[in-house]
Design a protein around this ligand. Structure first.
Ligand SMILES: C[S@@+](CC[C@H](N)C(=O)[O-])C[C@H]1O[C@@H](n2cnc3c(N)ncnc32)[C@H](O)[C@@H]1O
Length: 214
């Protein structure tokens, strides 16, 4: 349960009143914790997963792009929400995404997911389809690069969702100058200055920003 911005009782209440993950997602969470150790914290939380499935169901996108797939939690949630569209995943790690591939098969969504391995700043430029929905959850220093590449391809009315945009709330504390926080703060400011978009920052988990191309 990731709820850095809520007190424990409210967080418990929120999770108790959100449709819970099924057995497959629970198994993926357990396996990731066992094999990834501290890196398991990179996985999105179950309420974020529910959000991604729901927004995908609501938008009925044809083309979805995910940057940062890891062991597959968010991609399973997005793929499950699809009704005819495709999810294109980008990640640098063959090792982590081999687990994702297995869960895509177990979830019965492998036929609607493609994976490109390599640094996304180098692989995304070759992607030439109009994008309806994008989820960005990879190396934070490159968020501005991913943002520009995806924004060029996002159709008007399309949505880009960026994860970890509150950094446990540290972005709001000017005294906090840890590198990733500075990078995310810069990204948040860049998005706010972009006249092409409207923006909604949600205090869910570690902060999720919804960026709609006008
Ligand atoms: C926070 S995790 C993604 C978590 C995932 N969304 C989930 O739900 O479990 C970040 C991922 O970004 C990937 N990554 C890091 N640097 C990258 C890069 N330069 N290009 C593409 N992927 C990268 C890592 O391999 C890792 O799998």
């Amino acid at each position: 349960m990731k709820a850095y911005l809520l007190d424990a009782a409210v967080a418990r209440y929120v999770f108790d009143h959100t449709t819970p993950p099924d057995a497959l997602l629970k198994a993926l969470e357990k396996e990731t914790a066992e094999v990834a150790g501290e890196s398991a914290a990179m996985q999105i939380s179950s309420d974020q997963g529910r959000f991604l499935t729901m927004i995908t169901q609501l938008m009925a996108p044809r083309v979805v792009v995910e940057v940062g797939t890891f062991t597959g939690y968010s991609s399973v949630c997005i793929a499950r929400g699809l009704s005819g569209g495709r999810l294109h995943c980008f990640d640098v790690s063959e090792e982590w995404t081999s687990i994702a591939r297995r869960y895509w098969r177990e979830a019965g969504v492998a036929d609607r997911v493609t994976l490109t391995i390599g640094p996304a700043a180098e692989t995304l430029p070759a992607f030439d389809q109009p994008i309806d929905l994008a989820f960005v959850d990879a190396d934070k220093g490159n968020y501005p690069v991913y943002y520009e590449l995806l924004m060029e391809r996002l159709r008007p009315g399309g949505l880009l969702v960026a994860d970890n945009t509150l950094r446990r709330g540290w972005v709001a504390d000017p005294a906090h100058d840890e590198q990733t926080t500075v990078e995310i703060r810069r990204f948040n400011d860049l998005v706010m200055e972009d006249p092409r978009v409207s923006v909604l920052m949600l205090p869910v988990a570690d902060g999720m920003t919804l960026i709609r191309k006008n």
